[in-house]
Write a protein of this length. Structure first.
Length: 137
C-alpha cells in the first residue's frame, strides 16, 4: 500500500473514504463511523472523545457558510435588511449545514489524526493481509 500525501488524505476523508487506502464505505449510516477501515484496518477513533476536532470543524464550516450568506444578503439589502427572512435563513443554514457536513467532518478529522500519527517515529505502514487473516478477525 503506497503512502498518500496530506491533501489527498484530507480530500479522501471529506469524500467519506478511508484516508489511508481510499476505500468505501467507512460509515454505518449517516452518523456512525465504523471503528476500523474494512480494507486496511485503520482505526478511525484513536481515543475516546477523539472527535472533538471533527465537531469543531463542523461548527467552523457552518459558521463560515452563515457569514458568507449573511454578508451577501446584507450587501444587497442595506439599509433595509429583511430581518424575518434573515432569521429564517440563519436557522436553515445553522441547522442544515452541520447535519449535511457531519460525516464529512468526521472523515476529515480521521484523516488529520492519521496524518498526525504518521509523523510518529514508531509508525509503520500497513502490511498487506491475506484473506485468511481477514477471516480470523
Amino acid at each position: 500500500m503506497t503512502e498518500v500525501g496530506n491533501l489527498t488524505a484530507v480530500v479522501r476523508g471529506v469524500r467519506k473514504r478511508c484516508p489511508r487506502c481510499g476505500s468505501r464505505p467507512i460509515f454505518d449510516g449517516w452518523f456512525a463511523l465504523k471503528p476500523l477501515c474494512p480494507r486496511c484496518s485503520l482505526r478511525f477513533e484513536q481515543e475516546e472523545g477523539g472527535f472533538l476536532g471533527a465537531m469543531t470543524l463542523n461548527y467552523a464550516f457552518a459558521f463560515l457558510i452563515w457569514i458568507v450568506v449573511l454578508a451577501i444578503v446584507l450587501t444587497f439589502t442595506v439599509p433595509h435588511p429583511p430581518v424575518p427572512e434573515l432569521i429564517a435563513m440563519s436557522i436553515v443554514v445553522l441547522v442544515g449545514v452541520p447535519l449535511w457536513f457531519y460525516p464529512r467532518s468526521k472523515g476529515a478529522w480521521a484523516a488529520i489524526e492519521w496524518l498526525a500519527n504518521r509523523t510518529d517515529p514508531d509508525y509503520r505502514p500497513p502490511a498487506p493481509r491475506g484473506e485468511q487473516a481477514r477471516r480470523l478477525e
